[in-house]
Design a protein around this ligand. Sequence first.
Ligand SMILES: Cc1cc2nc3c(=O)[nH]c(=O)nc-3n(C[C@H](O)[C@H](O)[C@H](O)COP(=O)(O)OP(=O)(O)OC[C@H]3O[C@@H](n4cnc5c(N)ncnc54)[C@H](O)[C@@H]3O)c2cc1C
Ligand code: FES
Length: 385
Amino acid sequence: MAGDHGHLRRPRPRRGRLLPRDLGDELSRGRRGGGARPDRLLSTIVPETDVHQVQLSPDGRTFAVQPGETVLGAALRQGVRLNYGCLHGNCSSCKYLLLDGDVDFGIASPYSLPPGEREEGWALLCCATPLCDLEIQSSLVQDPRMLPDLVPEERSSEVAGVEHLGGDLWRLRLELDRPLEFYAGQYVQLGVPGTEDDWRAYSISSPPSRQPVAEFVAKRIEGGRFSGQIDRLEAGTPMRVRGPYGIGYLRAGDDPVLLVAGGSGIAPILSILEHAAESGDRREFRFFFGARIPEEVVLAAEIDAIGRRLPGLEFLPAVEHPGDSGWEGDTGRVTKAIQRHLHDASPYDVYLCGNPPMCDSASLLLEAKGVREGRIFFDRFFAAV
Ligand SMILES: Cc1cc2nc3c(=O)[nH]c(=O)nc-3n(C[C@H](O)[C@H](O)[C@H](O)COP(=O)(O)OP(=O)(O)OC[C@H]3O[C@@H](n4cnc5c(N)ncnc54)[C@H](O)[C@@H]3O)c2cc1C
Ligand code: FES
């Protein structure tokens, strides 16, 4: 993943005052499972009333943070490019060094931002709210193939349909009141029906060209506030959509592309493949997909159909629990299939999508197989709570 962090200077003490914070509270929240509170994703937990200015050094970009906004939320709203991933304080993609000023660390997980790093002045900007004006260290060195940032916007939509795909996977189809610009592979946040400010991240599985319809592949979690009701969503149910977010979108280039997804992580990959087919992309696309059970490979027919328009596509599904289904393909985890079929990862641009353990083990394996630095792009599917 493209990262500013690799270019940061050695941390130096901030000029501002370090506010003590109840880290024990953070740690205990972390032990309960990450502590991400969806209602606080882009909002503060401290009742601030002042607008604060943020200056990025050394490039000098500035932006204002309104009361109730996180630093990252304000930057995105004003089109200021910063790195980020999960928006939940869990992935560390938005970790930056405060050169001056103080923040409330918000819901940052103690694993992503340990107490020692807080003392040094590091903060996760997706959950940090300023307590005064800030100076933040940010290098201008970026992945040169990143596309211009799209400023997240909010849309109204209606459920156009839900479809059971197999296993725990469901397709949700929304009709937006007007198109929302996004890049294939990005995600949005969907408002949990029946709530005022509870949001869940979902990758768009349809290509940008299909607007104003946007499709999603959701794993149904029993008791989940959003996904637990997906099978009961009726056509016409209103749903708020805000975004786009994420940097796991398809980069231009000539190098072959390796796609790795598990379960509902297939969603952004479908969007990427469909978009590549529509735009006549001539690259090689090797897609390793891990399913729990054979029924979750149901989208194979759609991928085959895309493959007829995308000649470079090779689909390599693996099923973890084939049972007595007669499944004849690869068995075991997706990493086992990669181990078996991929000998050299060095030529590839890699796109990973799925739960954090899958992303982490696939990254490690691909690094061992020689993938080049900065060539893995992904958005991990963190749980919201
Ligand atoms: C960038 C990003 C993109 C995402 N894209 C998708 C997508 O395209 N499709 C998709 O299905 N999900 C996706 N997710 C994950 C999705 O946002 C979460 O699974 C969401 O928390 C589910 O919300 P819920 O309200 O149904 O469950 P909640 O009410 O939030 O959680 C209920 C319980 O289920 C647990 N839980 C939550 N998620 C999971 C999970 N995935 N597996 C097992 N247990 C879980 C929680 O810890 C909690 O105990 C994405 C997440 C991120 C960060
Ligand atoms: S921790 Fe901030 S974006 Fe993931």
